[in-house]
Write a new protein. Structure first.
Length: 255
């Protein structure tokens, strides 16, 4: 779907992980500090919508409060899925997130936002969980958690994109030794899991290759992603790749 956001400011937010009371507080403080109106806040995956809708009562408790803050300041809040979100809530049952609010929206796979400030913005939700062996299927992990892959013909139809908002990147950020050790440890356990027939490293590699092919087609000048729990900026072939940390607020550069 295409959305025209005109001259609205865009603020990206890192993984929330279900800490919706903290999100409400930070939204309120950020809006007051910068006197923001006509701004769209976008949580870039791992929002914290997992399990069944009855498992998300803490969000329903906060939703009306968040909506009130946004209504009073003329701002909006968008969510798209990460690997730790139940895909159902971002596909057939978005009502469990949006409710009766007027300011909260759900972005789906490959939605495009047309902006006078940032150009054409492509949304690429989903990612592979490196810790999925420890998670419970259909409760805190889903087989369709990953990135929905388009055919080459569909990729060609996307056209030129200026900015990508995603939950994974075509080029990994620099990882610490602790993060690399944790990845290797997860893979050792993962190889014994009975619900996959590929190793974690192969799945991650295929995901990265797909995103690199996507970038070759759309030639985006910038990508912004949560997922990695780090705050970093790197350059690759004249494109900028930004990782935003947990609950970090980040405004993209104008196009």
């Amino acid at each position: 779907m295409h959305y025209n956001i005109e001259n609205k400011t865009l603020i990206c937010i890192g993984d929330v992980h279900g800490e919706f009371s903290t999100l409400r507080y930070k939204l309120s403080q950020y809006i007051k500090k910068y006197n923001l109106t006509d701004t769209i806040f976008i949580v870039c995956g791992d929002c914290g919508f997992f399990g069944k809708h009855t498992d998300n009562k803490w969000f329903y408790h906060e939703r009306s409060k968040i909506n009130k803050i946004l209504v009073n300041s003329s701002n909006e809040l968008y969510f798209f899925r990460g690997n730790h979100d139940n895909p159902e809530f971002f596909d057939s049952n978005t009502k469990y997130i949006v409710g009766n609010t007027t300011t909260i929206k759900v972005l789906k796979d490959y939605d495009i936002l047309n902006s006078n400030l940032y150009g054409r913005i492509l949304v690429v939700p989903g990612a592979t969980s490196v810790d999925r062996y420890y998670r419970t299927k259909d409760v805190s992990w889903w087989e369709n958690e990953g990135i929905k892959k388009l055919s080459n013909n569909e990729l060609n139809k996307l056209g030129k994109i200026d900015l990508v908002l995603s939950h994974s990147l075509p080029y990994f950020p620099k990882l610490s030794k602790f993060q690399l050790d944790a990845l290797e440890e997860n893979e050792v356990h993962y190889k014994g899991a009975n619900f996959f027939n590929q190793t974690l490293s192969v799945t991650l590699y295929e995901e990265q290759l797909y995103l690199q092919n996507l970038q070759l087609n759309i030639k985006a000048s910038s990508w912004i992603s949560g997922h990695y729990h780090v705050s970093s900026v790197s350059l690759h072939e004249n494109s900028k790749y930004v990782c935003i940390d947990i609950m970090e607020f980040y405004e993209p550069s104008y196009n």
